[in-house]
Design a protein around this ligand. Structure first.
Ligand code: UDX
Length: 396
């Protein structure tokens, strides 16, 4: 399965435009890639009317949403983005504004909307713990009312519907790794419940529409993901650690750092989401719990303690700084860890923070032929370069 490394691969540097149809390089590009380029946009594939879909992406200006939008645009589809910009940012999709295949609408999914589409990727919801806990009632309304509205839209238009669910439906799991058949260990009255239970009820709604109204639903349970465009201030571990290390500040480890997560690079995740949306329905599947409508874990199976992530981040940031001709980061940590070159600021563990998390991705492998391709180090470098660029440009 091929993965597009960066939208920047498709951007033409100023002064190197290949838009002149008589210029041989431009013609070669057109023929080789079967793409059409409409200045100043990245070149997109040309699809026949039967292959070209009208695709709605809710939360399309967010971190994951905007990477999905890039890929769907490059594939040649018509893409409609809905976002209320609570956590999404216009700048994540601004490179498509004005493109004939692209529309961006400020809309909150808690309100219904009438549009005609063939597929719905329903991603809209704040995903970082501090953001989704900032307004807990709004988070659960987004998950319940927003999902209900978008499923109603899919039912009316006979669109295929993909729900972006989460590993948080497993709560603080007492089994490892987590299979899709594990029912989870969620505290329904805790501070994370607005998101965990919100996504659980969103899944229940999706299956209600599948069994009752025959809506073709797909449910992706997304584990921790990371990559460029993750909001640097959204409080997640990857964005916090990278930004702190790049600025030469101590990194904030919650608890003793022994809790674990597995991290999936965003381009791998997008491969999985698109594969799940487009996989054929296997009516012959003997088991109701093992067909394309059943939930599918998407994530990396490489589990790291948060403490060991500090060393990975420090090493990547060191390498980038050296390449950049800057000084190495500060002295060795006071804890005496020779590998780490950043200092650690230990802070209290948040309430209900899961102790461990690692997906069993057998189902994704068997149903979709999907597995992540990016190593943690390669992905971290991409993300660190993105923040470094923003720091240099003054945007951070
Ligand atoms: O600065 C930090 C931030 C976070 N952490 C810790 O790092 C771990 C990961 O925290 P994150 O905030 O990145 O992510 P979480 O695993 O808690 O939640 C995430 O899980 C999966 C997604 O679907 C969710 O959208 C997201 O909420 C937690 O144990 C947290 O306590 C730190 O040690 N320091």
């Amino acid at each position: 399965m091929s993965s597009i490394s960066s939208i920047d691969n498709f951007l033409v540097a100023p002064g190197t435009s290949t838009s002149d149809p008589l210029e041989p390089q431009a013609a070669r590009l057109y023929v080789q890639h079967e793409r059409v380029k409409t200045e100043p946009f990245p070149p997109v594939r040309v699809l026949s009317p039967q292959d070209r879909k009208r695709i709605l992406v809710t939360g399309g200006a967010g971190f994951v949403g905007s990477h999905l939008v890039d890929r769907l645009m490059l594939m040649g589809h018509d893409v409609l983005v809905l976002d209320n910009f609570f956590t999404g940012q216009k700048s994540n999709v601004s490179h498509w504004i004005g493109h004939p295949n692209f529309e961006l609408v400020r809309h909150d999914v808690v309100n219904p909307i009438l549009v005609e589409v063939d597929q719905v990727y329903h991603l809209a919801c704040p995903a970082s713990p501090p953001f989704y806990q900032a307004n807990q009632i709004k988070t659960i309304k987004t998950n319940f009312m927003g999902t209900s509205n978008m499923l109603g839209l899919a039912k009316r238009t006979k669109a295929r519907f993909l729900l972006a669910s989460t590993s948080e439906v497993y709560g603080d799991p007492d089994v490892s790794p987590q299979k899709e058949t594990y029912n989870g260990n969620v505290n329904q009255t805790g501070p994370r419940a607005c998101y965990d239970e919100g996504k659980r009820v969103a899944e229940t709604l999706a299956y209600g529409y599948l069994y009752q109204d025959k809506v073709d639903v797909r449910v992706a349970r997304i584990f921790n993901s990371y990559g460029p465009r993750m909001n640097p201030f959204d409080g997640r571990v990857m964005s916090n650690f990278l930004l702190q290390a790049l600025r030469g500040e101590p990194v904030t480890v919650y608890g003793d750092g022994s809790q674990t997560r597995s991290f999936c690079f965003v381009h791998d995740l997008i491969d999985g989401l698109i594969a799940l949306m487009n996989a054929d329905d296997n009516e012959d599947s003997a088991e109701r719990d093992y067909n394309i409508h059943s939930p599918v874990n998407l994530g990396s199976e490489h589990e790291f303690s948060i403490r060991s992530l500090v060393d990975e981040v420090a090493s990547v940031v060191d390498e980038l700084r050296q390449q950049d001709g800057q000084e190495r980061l500060g002295a060795a940590s006071p804890e005496g860890n020779a590998k780490s070159t950043v200092k650690i600021n230990y802070l209290p563990m948040p309430v209900d923070d899961p102790r461990q998390r690692r997906p069993d991705t057998t189902r994704a492998k068997e149903l979709l032929g999907w597995q992540p391709q990016w190593s943690l180090r390669a992905g971290l470098k991409e993300m660190a370069r993105f923040y470094l660029q923003q720091i240099k440009s003054g945007a951070l």
